[in-house]
Ligand binder design. Structure first.
Ligand SMILES: [Zn+2]
Length: 294
C-alpha cells in the first residue's frame, strides 16, 4: 500500500464507521448515524458531508451481498434494494470508490493487519447477531459468482431440528446455533431464558454446567462447520471474530477441540486464532480494499 490517503467506510444498520488511513496507518476515525428513512437514500450524502477532504480512494463495506461488478443485491438493514453505491459515492465526492460485503472487509482487515497477520489464506468467521464469514486466498478476498462466498452461517447442520428456524427460510443453519442469537436460543431451550449471550458465556466459563453444555453444543457445531469449510478451502488459519469471540481463549479452545474432532486428518495443522481488530476490522479492510484497486 502506497502512502496515500484512503477512506475505509463500514456502513452498519445504526451507524457508519469511517476511518482515514495514510497507507496502513489509521490517522482518524469517526462515525455518523445511519439514516434508514426513505430507503436509506441519505446515507451516502451524510457520509460524504462528514469527510474532511479528498483522498486517493475509498471503499464501502455494506451488510449485503455484493456482486463482483460492484452491484449490491439488497441491504435490508439499510433499506437498500439492488443498487450501485460505489458509483453514487464517487459521483458525490469525486473520490474513486469500491464496495464489498462487510464480513469480507473484516476478513481482509484481520488477514492483513489483525489475527491472521502473516498468513495469505485465511477464513474469517464473524460470530455476531448472525454468523458471517469471509474467505481470503492468496491475500485477496474471494467474493464468488453471486457475492455469497463464505456464507458459513447458512451451512445446513441439522435440517431435522424444527426449533432451529433461520432468517433465510431454512432450518438447521449453522447460525441458528453459533450466533449470539443462537446461543441465547439454546440457553432458553435448556431452561435459562432471557439471558444475553455474554451472560451465558460468562456463566459457562464460571462453571455453570447447564450453560457449559449449551456452549459446548454451539462450539461443536461451529467446529464441524469450520472443518467442512477447511476441507474445501484449506486455509492456513481460521480467525474467530465478532461479539461472541470476545469470550476469547475459552471459546477458541472449545472450537479448536471440535474442529480437531471433525477435521480431515491432513487439515489438522490449521491454526484457529482470535481476531484482534475488534470493531475496526471492517473499516480497516475497506481501506485496504480501496488501496488494492486495480
Ligand atoms: Zn440460513
Amino acid at each position: 500500500m502506497e502512502n496515500k490517503l484512503y477512506y475505509g467506510i463500514d456502513v452498519g444498520g445504526t451507524s457508519v464507521k469511517i476511518g482515514l488511513f495514510d497507507g496502513l496507518a489509521l490517522l482518524k476515525k469517526w462515525s455518523v448515524p445511519t439514516d434508514t428513512a426513505d430507503g436509506g437514500s441519505r446515507i451516502l450524502r451524510d457520509i460524504a458531508a462528514s469527510l474532511p477532504g479528498p483522498a486517493a480512494g475509498a471503499a464501502l463495506a455494506v451488510p449485503g451481498a455484493v456482486l463482483p461488478d460492484g452491484t449490491v443485491n439488497r441491504c435490508v438493514n439499510l433499506g437498500w434494494g439492488v443498487c450501485r453505491p460505489a458509483d453514487e459515492f464517487s459521483a458525490l465526492t469525486g473520490i474513486p470508490c469500491r464496495v464489498l460485503n462487510d464480513a469480507n472487509a473484516a476478513a481482509l482487515g484481520e488477514q492483513r493487519l489483525g489475527g491472521g497477520r502473516g498468513y495469505q489464506d485465511v477464513l474469517f468467521v464473524a460470530l455476531g447477531t448472525g454468523v458471517g464469514a469471509g474467505v481470503v486466498l492468496d491475500g485477496r478476498v474471494r467474493v464468488g459468482a453471486r457475492g455469497t462466498a463464505g456464507e458459513l452461517g447458512h451451512l445446513c447442520m441439522d435440517p431435522a431440528d424444527p426449533a432451529a428456524v433461520c432468517t433465510c427460510g431454512h432450518t438447521g443453519c449453522l447460525e441458528t446455533y453459533c450466533s449470539a442469537t443462537g446461543i441465547t436460543r439454546l440457553a432458553a431451550q435448556a431452561g435459562r431464558p432471557g439471558m444475553s449471550c455474554k451472560d451465558v458465556m460468562d456463566a459457562a466459563a464460571a462453571g455453570d454446567g447447564v450453560l457449559e453444555a449449551v456452549v459446548d453444543r454451539a462450539c461443536d457445531i461451529l467446529g464441524r462447520g469450520i472443518a467442512a469449510a477447511c476441507a474445501l478451502l484449506d486455509p492456513q488459519a481460521v480467525v474467530l471474530g465478532g461479539g461472541v469471540a470476545l469470550a476469547g481463549e475459552y471459546l477458541r479452545l472449545k472450537v479448536q477441540h471440535a474442529f480437531e474432532k471433525y477435521a480431515f486428518h491432513a487439515c489438522l495443522g490449521t491454526e484457529i486464532l482470535l481476531a484482534t481488530l475488534g470493531s475496526d476490522a471492517g473499516l480497516t479492510g475497506a481501506a485496504l480494499f480501496a488501496a488494492d484497486a486495480p
